[in-house]
Ligand binder design. Structure first.
Ligand code: WTA
Length: 678
């Protein structure tokens, strides 16, 4: 086993060390109504019943045909679940609810401008719209099962409609987060081999109507440079009959969905009966190297896992009003705004904009007005809401029974504010740890069954069997007070199947590190390496410390340091770039950029701005660095490796440690002065 470069800095190394907190307990009222109170579930999902135990989740769905093999390991470590089974994800989210819930809200949409009315889409209406769009995609778009289509859409109702329309046809959707730049979208178009791009003219963010169509043109250019042509751009409009973008329409290539819909009004499309292990969607995420990875999620396994975890961990009942304030452009939105809740016949709230727009009370006004009783968000948002309006929740008459935190470790202080002020001491909290790759939760308390501990995600989900290894592959036991690499011993249905078009990378990044035998077809030989550091308390609860790879978690969004560094190199004056995570009060982490210049160039404010701009155009505004430091040279080892650890220590005002073995030790003090002053 290769020892991890001890000179690299990891997020975990700069993680805060919180003290152990006291437990809190769910109320008897919550327990009385909860979907899962049966302790037997952990036993039923024990390793001795694996993999058959997952039938319990799959049985939450309606199958055209039951599977013959629960888990097929013949192509290890590409696991196939429910092989032989036939299913359609859209049917499970819509058609099967019509008999009972036809007239119930499936999605309630809240536009950002407060004067615009909410839209409550019933299951019937959603069904009608999804069918019309499916007909367009099939007959006008020429799309069929297995084709990929890229969606670059913000939080508008047409996003879940389009996703479900794809799912109805077995078309693999690849939704790119709306805040990503056109260039970032273009790379993903090229990688997925999409010939159709679906987008929108504009949307609201912080009170501004943004031009989104312009990103489509940038995306197509980048895709084309990588050899991928888009034949059709399908454009939704934020307002009916009005085009709000300044960007011209390209004749023959760009089409308004509104115009097409006139020809497809009331069309119905039979859901395509898909093999359970066929892909449902791709979700790109950042990893160790520069190019984003297209995580390929299956239809049957993914949906079963999303449904099961939504039911038992989110405690969603059809009569609840559930609001997950994530963006559908991320995995949380796919699993816990769209597929999980809708597969259960829930009412899922979708909000277009910024939680603090126009003021700190917005989120709580929405909750009050809609009668939201399950609330789901990320620590970065909780920190922001706490900062701008610590007393706001008290002013509104809403009552949550359940709240979720997801995406990064949550500081106990912030957790307690969430619990006492947002939850009014009434709501249970689940701290759910998982990843784009995992499809659904890996660790969380079962809300009615286990006590909460601020700052800890809790025990593993039923059927998930983690193990913490040190670098040598020795197990670190619970209560050892030591952190290590948290891995999952067994496959589970929500796990991604591969990286789109790059099986080798899938194997090497997720399964090679602790693999016991590379020729083995036995899942026991292939622990899943999460790239997170964690420690397990005596009580079995896991505390997640953060990434051990070159990924920075900024406001719950994953950014690869390599992606950021290569963006800096677009600026011709830049010779070398190094990006490190800076602890940030609101965003959790923020990128700090260090660059050195090519000979003959001088540092300037213009250059710093050009670097920020380069990052914003290649990745998006979410990647905006906190600082750009132009330094005379990078601290390097004798073999020429840039020492990020040293730069991270300087950024975070931490002990720099011993640098005497560096090739250019003197530079460290120089850089320190640039960053920290004398
Ligand atoms: C981090 C988001 C601590 C972790 C669903 C993981 C968390 C990465 C938690 C995945 C949590 C997610 N506590 N850390 N509850 N949830 N993380 O792919 O480092 O956007 O590896 O998926 O976020 O981020 P991703």
């Amino acid at each position: 086993m290769r020892r991890k470069e001890s000179l690299e800095v990891t997020e975990a190394e700069i993680a805060v060390h919180w003290q152990e907190e006291d437990y809190l307990y769910p109320s008897s009222q919550f327990i009385a109504q909860a979907n899962m109170t049966d302790n037997g579930i952990y036993e039923r999902f024990g390793l001795e019943y694996f993999p058959e135990c997952y039938k319990e989740y799959a049985d939450l769905l309606t199958w055209y045909q039951y599977w013959t093999t629960t888990l097929d390991t013949s192509d290890a470590p590409c696991w196939k679940w429910f092989v032989g089974g036939k299913i359609n994800a859209c049917y499970n989210c819509l058609d099967r609810h019509l008999a009972k819930y036809r007239n119930k809200a499936a999605i309630i949409y809240v536009p950002e401008p407060e004067e615009e009315p909410h839209v409550a889409l019933t299951y019937q209406e959603l069904y009608v719209r999804v069918n019309e769009v499916a007909a367009i995609l099939r007959d006008f778009g020429g799309l069929k099962a297995g084709d990929r289509v890229t969606l670059h859409m913000p939080m508008v109702l047409e996003l879940p409609i389009t996703m479900l329309a794809c799912a109805r046809l077995g078309v693999i959707h690849s939704e790119v987060y709306g805040g990503f730049s056109g260039a970032a979208c273009g790379k993903r178009i090229a990688d997925s081999g999409s010939r159709v791009l679906i987008t929108i003219d504009g949307y609201y963010r912080s009170g501004k109507l943004l031009d989104h169509k312009e990103k489509a043109d940038a995306a197509l250019k980048v895709a084309q440079e990588s050899g991928q042509t888009i034949d059709k751009v399908l454009i939704w409009r934020r307002y009916p009959g009005k085009y709000v973008s300044e960007t011209p329409i390209v004749d023959g290539r760009d089409h308004f969905m509104e115009d097409l819909l006139k020809d497809y009004a009331g069309e119905k499309v039979e859901p395509v009966s898909m093999p359970a292990e066929d892909p449902l969607f791709l979700m790109y995420t950042s990893g160790t190297t520069g190019t984003p990875k297209g995580c390929q999620h299956s239809t049957g396994g993914y949906l079963a896992y999303a449904a099961g975890t939504s039911k038992y961990v989110q405690d969603i009942h059809p009569e609840d009003v559930y609001w997950c304030m994530a963006d559908i452009g991320w995995i949380t939105g796919h699993s816990y705004i769209v597929y999980g809740p809708l597969s259960l016949g829930a009412t899922s709230v979708m909000y277009e904009g910024v939680p603090t727009y126009p003021d700190a009370g917005r989120a709580w006004r929405i909750a009050e007005r809609l009668g939201v009783n399950i609330f789901h968000t990320a620590p970065t948002t909780i920190r922001m809401l706490r900062k701008v309006g610590p007393d706001e929740p008290k002013k509104y008459n809403y009552h949550f029974k359940h709240m979720t935190t997801v995406g990064e470790p949550i500081e106990p202080q912030v957790w307690k504010w969430y619990y006492q002020v947002v939850g009014k001491g009434e709501a249970v909290i689940v701290d759910t740890w998982w990843q784009t790759e995992t499809g659904g939760f890996l660790c969380s308390t079962m809300p009615a069954m286990q006590r909460m501990k601020p700052g800890s995600a809790g025990p593993a989900m039923p059927g998930i069997h983690p193990v913490i290894y040190d670098e040598e592959g020795n197990e670190i036991p619970a209560g050892a007070g030591k952190a290590g690499n948290i891995c999952i011993q067994n496959p589970w249905p929500g796990a991604f199947q591969t990286i789109w078009g790059d099986r080798e990378r899938y194997v090497s990044q997720y399964y090679e590190k602790y693999c016991k035998n590379k020729d083995s077809k036995d899942w026991r030989d292939w622990p899943y390496f999460t790239s997170d550091a964690a420690m397990q308390g005596q009580d079995g609860y896991y505390r997640i410390l953060g990434r051990v790879d070159d990924v920075i978690n900024v406001a719950g969004h994953r950014l690869g340091t390599k992606e950021l560094e290569s963006s800096c190199l677009i600026v011709t004056e830049v010779a070398e770039a190094s990006v490190v995570p800076l602890a940030d009060e609101l965003r959790g982490r923020a990128p700090d950029v260090y660059v050195s210049l090519r000979p003959g160039y001088q540092p300037s404010k213009e250059l710093e701005d050009a670097i920020v701009k380069a990052i914003e155009t290649t990745i998006g505004k979410i990647a905006r660095p906190k600082h750009v430091y132009i330094v005379p040279d990078m601290p390097k080892t004798r073999s020429g490796k840039i020492m990020r650890r040293v730069l991270a220590a300087i950024s975070n005002k931490k002990d720099i440690g011993d640098v005497t073995t560096l090739a250019n030790a003197d530079i460290v003090e120089e850089i320190r002065k640039i960053v920290q002053g004398e």
